[in-house]
Design a binder for this molecule. Structure first.
Ligand code: PSU
Ligand code: MN
Length: 303
């Protein structure tokens, strides 16, 4: 096993029993939600995964190790720390070498999950092609990771801080399947739909698991995206949320925010503009993804 990996007791026991394991990212904890909602949500998400027969493995960089599963104390410490580095593929080596606290993005969590032998990963939303990327070239490393690393990512689509059409084009070029979960259209995080039709509408976790197995059995490396719409009762009015997103984008532009700061900046602004209403939606969709991800991991383990 890789010398940088460190498994929690719970994950180690699950591995020994051959139990399904679901990876969880930590950028959503440190840069996506405020304390204490971040820690409380992370705990509840982990419990949903247990309740559906799988073992949660929250991934973070602590003291020069890639933690695969956090203890309750580690989760509390991590969620309550300022100065946690946002770690994507680019940042992993340096943050491990300098033993800084690091929050893993979708890309870094996929890398860690693959090293740890975990095939299913649950998050809220992925990074993608930003609006205006034709001049800024701001394309999240999450997309390249989906192109090469064998992990299925369950998400609620992507926020329209991104250019959803270009994000789908990029995924198509890279050969990344996007499976709508009981939907014909790409969900847009806060809303159940978007104008972008998907190729596949998959009805249950067993079918999803079989599609993943066939892809990987063929030696077709890379991930897959499972796009699971936010539950109806939590979905936000599209005009309202899009106005908030436009205002946040305008402020980011005026302040000249670029690079890895842009996504956390926009997420924070949207929360402020909506008086925290976006946070409740965010929590609900992550929990919904945890349920589907656990069911998928259990189905995949049986194949
Ligand atoms: N989008 C969200 N919420 C998030 C993120 C994206 O709606 O928390 C986080 C994820 O960790 C994702 C990262 O991997 O931001 C992408 O950052 P960037 O665009 O800098 O690659
Ligand atoms: Mn970026």
């Amino acid at each position: 096993m890789n010398q940088y990996l460190s498994f929690s007791k719970e994950v180690l026991a699950a591995k020994e029993e051959g139990k399904a394991i679901v990876a969880l990212e930590s950028t959503i904890i440190s840069h996506g939600m405020p304390y204490p909602q971040n820690v409380q949500t992370a705990r509840e998400v982990e419990q949903i995964i247990r309740d559906h027969g799988a073992c949660p493995a929250t991934i973070a960089l602590i003291d020069g190790q890639i933690k695969i599963g956090l203890s309750d104390e580690e989760l509390e410490m991590f969620g309550n720390s300022k100065n946690v580095a946002k770690v994507s593929r680019r940042d992993m080596g340096y943050i491990l070498a300098t033993k800084q606290l690091g929050a893993t993005t979708v890309a870094a969590t996929m890398i860690a999950a693959e090293l740890a032998g975990i095939s299913v990963f649950v998050t809220g939303g992925i990074g993608g092609v930003h609006r205006g990327a034709e001049t800024s070239m701001d394309i999240s490393a999450d997309l390249e990771e989906l192109a090469m690393t064998d992990v299925a990512v369950v998400c609620a689509g992507a926020k329209s801080i991104l250019d959803l059409g270009l994000t789908l084009e990029y995924l198509e070029t890279k050969g990344v399947p996007v499976y709508g979960y009981q939907t014909d259209y790409l969900p847009s995080f806060f809303s159940r739909t978007s104008p972008f039709a998907l190729q596949y509408n998959i009805q249950n976790p067993e079918e999803l698991a079989k599609a993943l197995k066939a892809k990987w059995d063929l030696g077709l490396h890379g991930g897959a995206l499972v796009a699971n719409p936010i539950p109806e009762e939590y979905s936000m009015d599209e005009a309202y949320i899009n106005a908030a997103i436009d205002q946040a984008l305008k402020e980011a532009d005026e302040k000249g925010i670029v690079g890895k700061e842009i996504t956390p900046f926009l997420l924070g602004k949207i929360k402020d503009i909506t008086d925290g209403k976006s946070l409740a939606a965010n929590i609900a969709l992550v929990k919904n993804n945890a349920r589907v991800g656990a069911q998928l991991a259990v189905s995949y383990q049986k194949l």
